[in-house]
Design a protein around this ligand. Structure first.
Ligand code: HEC
Length: 216
């Protein structure tokens, strides 16, 4: 009788209440397997995974999704990506504005002077820097990193350096993060080029792609 109550009672209760066991865990966060736009994520990499929980959401999605069902990047999207790169330096320089560049150069003024014969500060005087040999301003004590850097300051080299001094010449001691926008750098270079560097050749604008890129 006791056994009947123990097992039979359980069986009876199941029939009466109709227990159903879910096949997915109930604690799973709701949006874990929501579709993630993988193409957009790839385009903005690595900036796309910054919000808290983004990594979990992506991992959850990739675990839940049938991989065969992930749509391949659309043909149009694939074509749009190479059409997007910023204009080359020559193109930017052709329409660059030295007056705007002069105001960009305000951020350099705590460390550099720009006038002919101007004093060295934390950094060397920059009159005529376009075209001059790297680390060649007499009287300034350059770091070994930049002192052994070969070549001269072409527009292209300066553009690379000013985009990220630390990356362009690792170990140099210009404590400056860099100027991110290509247009700002082009304006700045146009200004620097107007300071006793008139003869230095500018890179030629690259030819427009033959078909259909169209403006920007
Ligand atoms: C915090 C100070 C600081 C700021 C701000 C700064 N620089 Fe410099 N810069 C230096 C120092 C220091 C050096 C020398 C680096 C070395 O010796 O490694 C240098 C070197 C340079 C050189 C190489 C010069 C040569 O003779 O080879 C250029 C070009 C230059 N800076 C341009 C700029 C421009 C343009 C800006 C503003 C957008 C700027 N710098 C902002 C400190 C600074």
């Amino acid at each position: 009788m006791a056994l009947f109550v123990a097992f039979g009672g359980g069986w009876m209760a199941d029939r009466l209440v109709g227990v159903s066991y879910p096949d997915a865990p109930a604690y799973k966060p709701a949006d874990l397997d929501q579709p993630v736009d993988l193409a957009a994520l790839q385009r903005s990499w690595p900036a796309g995974l910054t919000a808290p929980g983004d990594h979990n959401r992506l991992a959850g999605y990739l675990r839940a999704v049938d991989r065969g069902a992930i749509p391949p990047p659309a043909a149009g999207a694939a074509a749009a990506v190479p059409a997007a790169p910023p204009p080359d330096l020559g193109t930017l320089l052709a329409s660059a504005d030295p007056a705007r560049g002069k105001s960009v150069a305000g951020v350099c003024a705590s460390c550099h002077t720009f006038d002919q014969g101007g004093a060295d500060r934390t950094g060397p005087n920059l009159w005529g820097v376009v075209g001059r040999d790297v680390a060649s301003h007499s009287g300034f004590a350059y770091s070994p990193a930049i002192g052994t850097h070969p070549g001269n300051w072409t527009y292209e080299e300066l553009d690379r350096y000013l985009a990220s001094p630390a990356r362009a010449i690792p170990g140099n001691k210009m404590a400056f993060a860099g100027i991110r926008r290509p247009q700002d750098r082009a304006n700045l270079l146009a200004y620097l080029g107007s300071l006793g560097s008139a003869g230095v050749p500018k890179p030629a604008p690259k030819a427009e792609p033959a078909a259909g890129a169209g403006g920007d």
